[in-house]
Design a protein around this ligand. Structure first.
Ligand SMILES: CCCCCCCCCCCCCC(=O)SCCNC(=O)CCNC(=O)[C@H](O)C(C)(C)COP(=O)(O)OP(=O)(O)OC[C@H]1O[C@@H](n2cnc3c(N)ncnc32)[C@H](O)[C@@H]1OP(=O)(O)O
Length: 191
């Protein structure tokens, strides 16, 4: 792990927001067209995450033929995306919006097409706007061998990060999303 991913002195343990979804509750998708979790992406990962105890989540996604790098094997970037998406969903338990600043990934075993990847992620520390987190992806079940793992640094941002930088067409459509849960995850995050 690089020094940038080691929580500094003064970092604190994460605090689960009182309104965080209960353990076992599905988190749903934060955006219909998200490549990681959106139902509106035909070739996306359709990753489904749920809250766990503490500031932790679990998630699954099944590697399809659309996700190949080498013949019959998942592309490493797709596996990194699955880790990134799972880690990104931790923000909903803290009730902050955060984006990935750094993602350090270990690819431990090849992952064949057809594999269900069982992911788990947790926040390990928070320091100001910096959120330190770690994730693993296992094959063959939640207790199976580790195929991929990652350490990450997320940076808390305000909703302006998206409004100022995103293409207006998609921003406006997301703000008008009739799915109140999804709108809340994107735009109405409590301090
Ligand atoms: C519209 C829909 C909304 C959807 C909402 C849900 C979104 C969920 C999406 C889920 C999808 C999955 C998730 C995704 O894929 S999120 C998509 C991928 N990520 C991005 O696009 C982020 C692009 N980067 C940025 O916008 C900026 O660089 C950010 C905002 C990250 C920081 O720029 P900002 O100007 O704000 O802050 P700062 O520069 O003062 O830095 C602050 C502190 O952080 C430290 N630092 C910063 N970067 C790094 C780094 N790389 N390594 C190590 N450290 C780093 C820095 O040293 C400083 O530390 P300190 O000096 O205080 O100690």
């Amino acid at each position: 792990m690089t020094t940038a991913l080691t929580p500094p002195a003064g970092a604190r343990p994460p605090v689960r927001h009182p309104d965080a979804p209960a353990p076992g509750e599905p988190l749903g998708s934060h955006y219909e067209h998200c490549f990681g979790c959106g139902g509106g992406q035909p070739h996306g990962l359709h990753l489904e995450a749920r809250a766990e105890e503490g500031v932790a989540v679990t998630a699954e996604f099944t590697v399809t033929a659309d996700h190949q790098g080498a013949p019959g094997l998942a592309h490493g970037g797709v596996l990194a995306t699955a880790l990134d998406e799972t880690l990104g969903s931790l923000g909903w338990l803290l009730r902050v919006i955060a984006v990935t600043g750094r993602l350090e990934t270990d690819f431990v075993r090849p992952v064949p097409v057809g594999t269900a990847l069982h992911l788990s992620a947790e926040v390990t520390a928070v320091h100001g706007r910096k959120i330190y987190a770690t994730a693993t992806g296992r094959t063959g079940g939640p207790d199976g061998p580790v195929a991929v793992r990652a350490d990450a640094l997320f940076i808390e941002v305000k909703v302006d990060h998206f409004i100022d930088n995103g293409r207006p067409k998609e921003i406006q459509a997301a703000m008008a999303d009739p799915d109140t849960q999804r709108r809340a995850r994107a735009f109405e995050v409590n301090p």
